[in-house]
Design a protein around this ligand. Structure first.
Ligand SMILES: [Fe+2]
Length: 296
């Protein structure tokens, strides 16, 4: 079967004409990046490499080097794919922005990671509300070279395809799992807590806050606890979940989630910032400086 998506046409978008495929995949218009785009990449790259020393997990930093990512220019997806395909059989595909759940899950289930092709503007260095190239590429791509983490993301994608057929509650449970692991996860290492979540590594402020602030809770990974926990989309997280290893994540996805979804559907969700009696508390947050906005 020909699995290559069909190229439809060049389509006018907010950011000019780009080739569009039926699966929402676009070609990275690398030649179109401006000097400003490359400068934004360079500034963010240098700043985060510095911030993440002794804060991000070693694999994350080393894998960026294996990819040859540098401040010199926005990486070409084709160059990254040459390394990635050989490493774990994954590939990245360019997209215009967030995809419908089902399309996103289908990409992950087939070891394709969607990466937004455009990069934020200079005035958005510290915050952007939607994922851009810096978040996706700098943040997500490095750990796709880790074989266990790469399998976990695929398992998550397959779980998503299944959850889609089950219902909205199941999807919510799964979204929380992604949020508190892939996006905002911490990992315990012999050197201390380290960051592996992409939402954190692409934010200078949260890279420091998640490890060094007394305000947030840090508690041990627990699949069902996470699936019940609401989260913050407009502030730093109030709770971070800490894994002991990527193997622990992978093992957690082995059971069939259907009975878990059924059980959780009868239970209340937990507020983002509340400690529960059964939690393995690594640090109880002081809640200092929390702005009480509604959880998602
Ligand atoms: Fe992300």
């Amino acid at each position: 079967m020909n699995t290559q998506p069909r190229r439809v046409e060049h389509q006018q978008t907010d950011r000019g004409y780009i080739p569009v495929y039926t699966t929402g995949v676009v070609e990275q218009p690398w030649a179109e990046y401006t000097r400003t785009d490359h400068e934004v990449w360079a500034q963010l790259f240098r700043r985060q490499r510095e911030t993440l020393k002794n804060r991000a997990t070693r694999e994350f930093l080393e894998n960026q080097e294996r990819f040859g990512m540098s401040a010199d220019a926005i990486p070409k997806f084709d160059d990254l794919n040459a390394v990635l395909k050989k490493g774990t059989g994954w590939e990245i595909v360019g997209v215009e922005g967030l995809l419908p759940d089902q399309v996103f899950f289908d990409h992950l289930a087939n070891r394709r990671f969607p990466v937004t092709w455009w990069i934020r503007k200079p005035e958005q260095l510290d915050y952007i509300s939607e994922p851009d190239l810096f978040h996706d590429l700098f943040g997500h791509v490095p750990l796709l070279l880790n074989p266990v983490f790469a399998d976990y993301i695929q398992a998550y994608g397959k779980g998503g395809v299944k959850a889609h057929g089950i219902g909205a509650d199941a999807l919510m449970n799964l979204t929380r799992l992604y949020w508190y692991t892939v996006e905002f996860g911490l990992i315990n290492t012999p050197q201390g807590l380290r960051i592996y979540g992409s939402g954190i590594v692409s934010s200078k402020g949260e890279s420091i806050y998640c490890l060094e602030s007394d305000a947030p809770n840090r508690i041990g990974f627990d699949l069902e606890r996470i699936m019940r926990t609401r989260y913050k989309i407009d502030t730093y997280q109030q709770t971070y979940f800490v894994i002991d290893s990527f193997e622990q994540l992978m093992e957690a996805t082995e059971p069939d989630f259907r009975p878990i979804y059924e059980r959780l559907a009868k239970l209340d969700s937990f507020p983002a910032g509340e400690i529960q009696p059964s939690d393995r508390v690594i640090h109880r947050g002081t809640r200092e400086g929390w702005i009480e906005t509604p959880d998602t």
